[in-house]
Write a protein that binds this ligand. Sequence first.
Ligand code: NAP
Length: 231
Amino acid sequence: MANFSGKKAIVLGGTSGIGLATTEMLRDAGAEVIAGSRRECAIDGVECVQVDVLDRAALGELFEKNDGFDYLVNAATGGARAIGPFLQMDLDGYQNSFAKLWGYVNSVRLGVPRMSPGGAVVLFSGYPARKFRPGTIAIGSVGGSVEAFIHLVANEITPVRINGVCPGLIDTPMSPLQGDERREYYGKGTAEHLIARAGTAEECAGAAIFLLENEFVTGTIVDVDGGAIVT
Ligand SMILES: NC(=O)c1ccc[n+]([C@@H]2O[C@H](COP(=O)([O-])OP(=O)(O)OC[C@H]3O[C@@H](n4cnc5c(N)ncnc54)[C@H](OP(=O)(O)O)[C@@H]3O)[C@@H](O)[C@H]2O)c1
């Protein structure tokens, strides 16, 4: 098991789903963890802060207050996402889907100068970036831009490392569906995948922990998708 004692981590979007699972794993591995998102939250052994990743002034203050921190994880979805056929898509909705990218870019731009030299960043893309699925052109473009950002910016922020996790279809509160509808959504969505089930938040968080811990990895993406991309 990873040992992060003596390390300080900020997890944005750290109050739900994959971000929350990462918050809890970091805490359990001994890190001092600050979980940030727009909601009020209470997580045992974790400092919760209310912050919007699109609010640069608030983010800047958070990083300044925690100057010298070691790990930045950003799993914030940022805002609403546009789903549906591209030729019928509302273009404001498409454009607004990029809130996720802007939240990530804000946090790396403002956070990295405040991080320790041995620090590491983890962001989350998403398998529609490299696998066509009807209705996902907007979120696929956002995921692709997140991955390009990681590959490229790694060169300019070294020795701080940056990597991404690319989740497949993961069972998290991102989907509001309940009961049979929920089971059907994840069942149908993964039926063709090599591992025909939705992933768990913990399976994705485990990849983030690996990327924070392994000091020989930067500028890359780990797919945690049940083989969705290669299917
Ligand atoms: N679940 C999947 O199937 C899947 C698939 C591919 C990619 N991903 C990616 O994986 C990452 C995590 O997804 P998830 O499923 O864990 O989502 P989730 O359960 O909906 O959690 C999203 C988190 O982001 C926070 N957030 C959203 N907008 C924010 C903002 N403007 N400022 C600060 N915090 C904000 C939310 O808290 P507040 O609402 O309180 O702010 C929440 O803590 C996302 O990048 C998502 O696109 C997920």
